[in-house]
Design a protein around this ligand. Structure first.
Ligand SMILES: NC(=O)C1=CN([C@@H]2O[C@H](COP(=O)(O)OP(=O)(O)OC[C@H]3O[C@@H](n4cnc5c(N)ncnc54)[C@H](OP(=O)(O)O)[C@@H]3O)[C@@H](O)[C@H]2O)C=CC1
Ligand SMILES: Nc1nc2c(c(=O)[nH]1)N=C([C@H](O)[C@@H](O)CO)CN2
Length: 238
């Protein structure tokens, strides 16, 4: 029996696609969800364990860590996918936006990686692969005009990739996947979608499958760690 893979924020979009794909490969998958308005039944029917968790504060993060440590002795991987794309542009309380961005994108991965490292190392000490994957963002290295705290928090997460890769080597690989526009949101206007086409060399919004392929590549590698895998359609050259 394989050890479980944790995917935070796995009830929709990229996290959901990864969870269904990895469950189909035979991994036990544990996803976290924050709000109840998701189709969890389809995930549960696929054999995926769904755990309610909110990483907006330290108590929520530490409660989740304790729950996982109670239920499991080994972990195959942790995929830190949970995220909120919050703008600062019209924020009434920028302090709250900053804290929210850094809690989910940096503090949660930081505390979970330390809190659950024993389970990853136990997996590796059996001679099996163990991985941490941080979902970051192209804007971590470019900055953003409308999502400043978001971009800064994703940059912090990319830096944690470098530190944890060293901290957990050679037993656990730690990498980032840094997408640019992978998927549109339902509310994105036609004008926004058209404008997006000019921002990358390749057609934008390839869909969640592009992220799933990147996760598969990293999980199956034996020589990639401390890397930031850009999925940006050549945006950095535009
Ligand atoms: N989509 C894209 O084009 C791009 C995505 N990325 C990154 O890739 C990853 C996946 O993107 P995408 O699928 O669009 O992500 P989503 O915006 O769909 O968010 C994924 C999940 O994160 C959960 N979440 C948000 N905040 C919290 C929190 N405080 N505690 C716990 N869970 C939380 C949400 O739960 P709930 O719905 O229950 O609130 C949501 O279901 C993200 O890290 C994102 O930043 C980077 C660049 C481009
Ligand atoms: N948590 C999320 N992060 C991001 C999203 C999203 O929908 N949820 N979307 C983007 C955009 O696609 C952006 O890359 C467009 O330039 C960024 N991050």
């Amino acid at each position: 029996m394989s050890s479980p893979i944790i995917i935070t924020g796995g009830a929709q979009r990229l996290g959901r696609a990864c969870a269904l794909h990895l469950a189909k490969q035979g991994y036990p998958v544990v996803i976290t969800y924050r709000s109840a308005d998701h189709d969890l039944q389809a995930l549960q029917q696929a054999g995926i364990t769904c755990v309610q968790a909110d990483f907006s504060d330290t108590h929520g993060i530490e409660s989740f860590i304790e729950l996982i440590k109670q239920d499991f002795s080994f972990l195959r991987a942790i995929i830190h996918n949970a995220s909120t794309w919050q703008s600062d542009e019209h924020a009434e309380n920028r302090s709250e936006v900053f804290d929210a961005m850094f809690s989910v994108h940096a503090k949660a991965p930081y505390l979970m990686n330390f809190g659950l490292s024993e389970l990853l190392l136990a997996q590796a000490n059996q001679g099996k692969r163990a991985d941490i994957i941080h979902l970051t963002d192209y804007v971590a290295r470019k900055g953003s005009r409308k999502h400043l705290a978001y971009a800064a928090s994703k940059a912090a997460l990319d830096n944690l990739t470098l530190s944890f890769a060293t901290h957990l080597a050679p037993l656990v690989k730690v990498n980032s996947i840094a997408p640019a526009l992978l998927m549109f949101n339902e509310q994105d206007s036609e004008q926004y979608r058209e404008k997006a086409k000019k921002k990358s060399l390749l057609p934008p919004a390839p869909g969640a499958e592009e992220g799933v392929k990147a996760v598969d590549y990293l999980l199956n590698s034996d020589y990639v760690t401390g890397q930031i895998l850009a999925l940006d359609g050549g945006r950095h050259l535009v």
